[in-house]
Design a protein around this ligand. Sequence first.
Ligand code: PLP
Length: 381
Amino acid sequence: MISTSSKSDRFRRQTAQLDLPPRVLLGPGPANVHPRVLTAMSTPPVGHLDPTFLAVMDEIQDLLRYAWQTENELTIAVSGTGSAAMEATLANVVEPEDVVLVGVKGYFGNRLVDMASRYGADVRTISKPWGQVFDLAEIKTALETHRPKILALVHAETSTGVKQPLEGLGELCQQYDCLLLVDTVTSLGGVPLSIDQSGIDLAYSCSQKGLGCPPGASPFTMSAKAIDKLNSRRTPVANWYLDMSLLSKYWGSERVYHHTAPINLYYGLREALRLVAEEGLEKRWQRHQTNAELLWQGLAELNLVCHVEQQYRLPTLTTVRIPDGVDGKAIAGKLLNEYNIEIAGGLGELGGKVWRIGLMGYNSRPENVILLLNALKQVLY
Ligand code: PLP
């Protein structure tokens, strides 16, 4: 029997009911959530093997295939944030000693390097200054030199605001018999992207940016060619939770228990994806581009300079150079405390040099652009 006299009340805090400020999240993510997503998430949970929930999972898979423009059978949501889905791509196809070539042009390229090395890959890198993209010729030369099994690139580098062109990469990877792995965390739902047309074998994303859902259920997709590599492994996948040979039995027709799905997050993701389908991809991509251009024009009128050349700028995330003599952190603090607007500072190499402004998913609206520009004008001048 547990002795009641040994019970401690040390951590029995009297805390207030949750009451947080209504922030406008215009940083690198999370973005604000569409009200319909929040409503869907408050639906009472059913069991994770309930036939009605399995139908929700099927709907998520199809809606994800639409959002990503892929026919890939293995298209699912990983229970975890974008980094979990990122790790899932590498964990499933990397075997010790495999050469993995990573294009590093920002913070998240370095994360791919770190993760791939933890799975025993022989990691090779090519690099670009933060704010620039790789061209096809550079990638071809690197493939010729390193002959990797996997080429990994970040489509939308959230640390720099750069959009890596994907044209021609699929054909190149086919020519060099290597899998193409692409990070689409800041592009899915906001930037033109077609997994199949681009010849991408492995991709991952997140729920909290272009899809406008809270974080925690992250899109993942894998081509038949990538599945062949998984099936011909000499070693088991070193990560049990993210092993697609197990997870595909839960998401596929066998419906074998793997882990307890975060039911309500999946309700939210389903609603977020329904919103994408309702709007239509072309309209959604155009909306993001139009609102980003409105922002860029307004920033120029405030004499603020974007860090990235316009043709490679992401519509979802803009990096703006902090003018000389301005305390970037103080300005972001004022926006948060006085206007309830969140923007972020730079990451890594760009720390202290840029602000990062996100217009993602539900937040990509002209009224948010105008709100931010007006607030920026007040705090800057
Ligand atoms: N990749 C990119 C390009 C990102 O921007 C992020 C997060 O911002 C991640 C990966 C990791 O995602 P998460 O923070 O959801 O784990």
